[in-house]
Ligand binder design. Structure first.
Ligand SMILES: NC(=O)c1ccc[n+]([C@@H]2O[C@H](COP(=O)([O-])OP(=O)(O)OC[C@H]3O[C@@H](n4cnc5c(N)ncnc54)[C@H](OP(=O)(O)O)[C@@H]3O)[C@@H](O)[C@H]2O)c1
Length: 250
């Protein structure tokens, strides 16, 4: 089966490409560095020709509100019609848990991406994941003021990129659900406690302060704002195991 992975060189993309190739599939790892650009349209038609499945794992180079919205709208506007023309039978995209009930600029852009997929007429599955463990350092940085990291005690359930990629590959090979599948890490704990555990483990001296008024990427969050409300597939890699694996690789 020919499978195109848009963003196939990224964090989740490269892991997903490796899993699918190990399964014997013909996988195109598509990205600007390989001449496939969903913003300019370059190479898109050629890449999706003859593909049964397209997995979109691309991400915007800028997270600024307007830039990220433009990225996902333009990319969807170029990619989805090319897939329709090529007769692609399953479009899979990676989105984020709670983007329809937690407000920030990045989540609004992901919601716009989902809407384009849902109205494209292409059979699809949207996978909504919680925050990646690989992103914990970035979250700490974005919530830091000098040596203090302020975070709300809302529930948090990060998932390792290896678990995300395994789920993306599995979903891509299954029948389209024409709906949303949610995935999350195996442990749920207060946001501030998880970031504090992460910083301690990596030897980062910054102090995490529990602050109910602190938001997430500028948006207000409450107890269940970032975790799945219903049934979710759970990853196998907990935070301690992920830390062990990342320290072994460092
Ligand atoms: N971070 C989180 O916690 C989280 C949680 C849930 C879902 N997600 C979603 O997961 C997805 C993958 O994230 P990631 O962290 O794996 O991304 P990443 O590592 O930043 O990789 C981004 C990929 O997108 C490609 N790309 C950039 N511009 C492109 C364009 N114009 N056309 C085609 N490809 C382009 C890049 O290609 P080059 O290498 O050639 O630049 C790269 O392969 C994103 O959609 C994100 O919204 C993230």
């Amino acid at each position: 089966m020919k499978i195109v992975v848009i963003g196939g060189t990224g964090l989740i993309g490269s892991k997903t490409v490796a899993i699918l190739r190990r399964g014997g599939h013909e996988v195109v790892a598509a990205s600007p560095s390989s001449g496939v650009n969903t913003i300019t349209g370059e190479g898109v038609k050629e890449a999706v020709a003859g593909a049964q499945v397209v997995i979109d794992l691309a991400n915007s180079p800028s997270f600024e509100d307007k830039a990220v919205l433009e990225f996902f709208e333009t990319a969807g506007g170029n990619l989805l019609p090319a897939e329709t023309a090529a007769g692609v039978g399953h479009h899979v995209a990676l989105s984020i848990v709670a983007i329809d009930r937690t407000d920030n600029g990045y989540f609004r852009a992901k919601l716009a991406q989902e809407k384009l997929i849902e109205t494209s007429g292409i059979p699809y599955t949207i996978i909504r994941a919680t925050q990646f463990m690989e992103f914990l350092g970035g979250i700490a940085d974005s919530s830091a003021d000098g040596n203090i990291v302020r975070l709300p005690p809302v529930l948090f359930q990060p998932i390792a990129a290896d678990d995300v990629a395994a789920n993306v590959a599995e979903v891509a090979l299954a029948a389209p659900q024409n709906g949303i599948v949610e995935i999350a890490g195996p442990e749920r704990a207060p946001f501030n406690e998880i970031i504090a555990r992460y910083l301690k483990a990596v030897g980062d001296p910054r102090e995490v302060v529990r602050d109910p008024a602190a938001g997430y990427w500028g948006g207000r969050v409450e107890e269940h704002s970032l975790v799945p409300l219903g049934e979710a597939r759970l990853g196998h890699i907990g935070l301690d195991e992920w830390l062990r694996r990342s320290q072994a690789l460092a």
